[in-house]
Design a binder for this molecule. Structure first.
Ligand code: FES
Length: 114
């Protein structure tokens, strides 16, 4: 079996509050990183927890994120990101995007797909 291409289980979808984000420390090919997981119904988007503005984490306390009016808001300087695609749509890094971490949901498991 080729483990390099096997998806890895991060958590259960049911353990994620719908419409909210959480952070997990995940071992990625480039090293261990904090990853934002944001659930919307049966779908999960994931990004590195690194703001493109100044490289800070987006959470205001570990794993606690501000989501307002369909936007994920960086706690450092208020950059606002579209929760569907991670694009910065307001604030100091407008036009830039969070870095996507590929995940998929399969049989209720959230799987890392790298
Ligand atoms: S580091 Fe996120 S807005 Fe400045």
């Amino acid at each position: 079996m080729d483990t390099a291409t096997s998806p890895r289980r991060l958590c259960r979808l049911d353990d994620m509050p719908d419409g909210e984000a959480m952070a997990l420390d995940v071992s990625l090919p480039e090293g261990e990183e904090s990853v934002i997981l944001l659930r919307q119904g049966a779908r999960v988007n994931a990004w590195l927890n690194i703001c493109p503005h100044a490289g800070r984490r987006l959470d205001w306390a570990p794993g606690k994120f501000l989501i307002s009016k369909g936007m994920l808001v960086c706690a450092a300087h208020g950059a606002c990101f579209n929760v569907d695609n991670g694009e910065c749509i307001g604030g100091p890094c407008k036009g830039e995007s969070l870095r996507t971490v590929p995940v998929q949901v399969e049989q209720g498991d959230v799987l890392l797909d790298v």
